[in-house]
Design a protein around this ligand. Structure first.
Ligand code: ADP
Length: 250
């Protein structure tokens, strides 16, 4: 890999098809999910995904604040995605910026498509996502964490909602972009797919791919989200298999 500081573009894919972090094109970074990591939230989940560290906490259904957002026929999902000042190597300016607002909005919309919001009219389901360490793919890690936190809170959903980014780097489609691929690659397509139905409920795209590559990227996303889904379900199984003693220990 060339020097990033000198703005040299690193070799993103070796001739043997190996990426900068040693992965193959269809491999995810290591993922660890812990459901119910926080004591005071109604539901929570902690996700380590490669070098990303993300905590999600869920409250509700509860009274809507601010009141004017209340909807008579369904719950409103309010999401706050935040990157901690210490989450990146150069201190991020704290607080809401346009990127955080955009990510909060797309995550809330994706979650709304799986939560049975009509069951809880005039309430709010509040989702907080705190990125403690960022290394590309935080919206996918955040959405995955939020979905496990909603399940942990007992909020009824069609299904869990795993997310993953597919991208193009070094001329090839790659699953789960790392930081170098995110910075220097040709395209980044974060997506969330409902596992049972295959419904695509979030798709964003930065960069360029051909129509044929887009179709293949979606297929890689299906495979990738299935693997994330298995980890999410395992985290919930672990949580509820050990629920009484876990509660006592907290
Ligand atoms: P995602 O984290 O979902 O991939 P982006 O593509 O916008 O979202 O960001 C890619 C990565 O760039 C982030 O995961 C993070 O490592 C880094 N990054 C984003 N915003 C900032 C920032 N304000 N300062 C420093 N690094 C940032």
């Amino acid at each position: 890999m060339g020097s990033v500081g000198a703005k040299e573009v690193p070799v993103l894919l070796s001739p043997e098809g190996v990426r900068t972090d040693g992965r193959r094109v269809d491999e995810l970074r290591p993922i660890r999910i812990e459901a119910g990591a926080l004591k005071h939230a109604d539901g929570s989940a902690y996700v380590e995904w490669g070098a990303n560290k993300v905590m999600a906490a869920v409250y509700g259904p509860r009274e809507v604040h601010p009141r004017h957002l209340q909807q008579n026929t369904k719950a409103v999902i309010q999401c706050k995605y935040n990157m901690a000042a210490f989450s990146v190597d150069e201190r991020k300016r704290p607080g809401l910026d346009r990127r955080s607002q955009e990510i909060s909005k797309v995550i809330a919309e994706a979650l709304e498509s799986v939560v049975f919001v009509e069951e809880f009219p005039r309430t709010s389901i509040d989702v907080y996502i705190e990125v403690l360490q960022a290394n590309a793919g935080t919206r996918c890690a955040g959405l995955t964490a939020a979905s496990v936190a909603l399940a942990d809170a007992g909020i009824p959903m069609v299904d869990l909602l795993p997310a993953v980014a597919v991208g193009k780097a070094g001329g090839a489609l790659v699953l789960d972009l790392n930081k170098a691929e995110d910075n220097f690659g040709e395209a980044d397509l974060p997506m969330a797919i409902v596992p049972q139905s295959g419904r695509l409920v979030l798709l964003q795209m930065e960069g360029h791919v051909t129509q044929e590559e887009l179709a293949r990227a979606l297929e890689m996303g299906v495979q990738g989200t299935r693997q994330v889904y298995d980890k999410m379900r395992q985290a919930l199984r672990d949580r509820y298999a050990s629920a009484p003693s876990a509660e006592a220990a907290q």
